[in-house]
Design a protein around this ligand. Structure first.
Ligand SMILES: [Zn+2]
Length: 221
């Protein structure tokens, strides 16, 4: 059986000056360049892991060779890098930097999927304008429960694919919860899969407190 270390040695020794894996790894650094392959068909050029969606580049400072690897390998092999100001980072700090870059890629991909769905809906449906909704698709932007119910219904009827978990639902004010409480059951069932686990927990707590007081939580108008 081949271990991670054996596969990594076979991958990097031909592109390194050192003759042992441990010494060779010290010649390599994370370049801070990363790529979204937009499909899970990437392979880690260090360990051979398949079905990667995101690639991170490492470079050998002595040979100039580069490899595209998974974020896990940068951490597993303690590969170091530099920050935005060019300061050398420890392996731990580099791991955090890679994680941050990865989160950015995941978030960008999420936003692109939401925007693509909105634009597809606009192409298919004459009376739908994506523009006013596109503004909600940023870091802080979240849709109200009513907007999500309407958008999911329209996307579904128009046959536009969407992932409920890509859509952020705003549940901050009482009025946001009020929207959930008073929407039709079909609409509520469309919105619930879009809630984050903490949001779902909060809704369940509120439902339970209504029930304790002998009140009906869901009350469609
Ligand atoms: Zn790997």
């Amino acid at each position: 059986m081949t271990t991670w270390a054996e596969r990594a040695a076979a991958a990097i020794l031909p592109h390194s000056q050192a003759l042992s894996l441990a010494a060779a790894l010290k010649e390599w650094a994370y370049t801070g360049r990363f790529f979204d392959l937009e499909a899970t068909d990437g392979t880690c050029e260090l360990c051979g892991q398949q079905e990667l969606r995101y690639h991170f580049e490492i470079e050998n400072r002595l040979t100039g060779a580069t490899l595209l690897v998974g974020s896990e390998c940068i951490k597993r092999f303690d590969i170091t890098g530099v920050d935005d100001q060019g300061r050398r980072l420890t392996a731990d700090e580099t791991g955090k930097l890679v994680d941050r870059h990865r989160r950015g890629l995941v978030e960008d991909a999420r936003k692109r999927r939401v925007m693509t769905a909105l634009l597809r809906l606009e192409q298919k449906v004459l009376d739908f304008e994506a523009k006013s909704f596109l503004d909600f698709v940023d870091d802080k932007g979240a849709f109200t429960p009513k907007q999500v119910a309407m958008l999911f219904w329209r996307l579904g009827s128009a046959g536009v694919e969407y992932r409920p978990t890509d859509w952020k639902v705003r549940l901050r004010r009482d009025s946001d919860y009020g929207q959930l409480r008073t929407m039709k059951i079909a609409a509520l069932n469309r919105v619930l899969p879009a809630l984050t686990p903490p949001q779902r927990k909060r809704v369940a707590e509120i439902q339970a407190s209504f029930a304790r007081n002998g009140l009906k939580w869901h009350d469609p108008r």
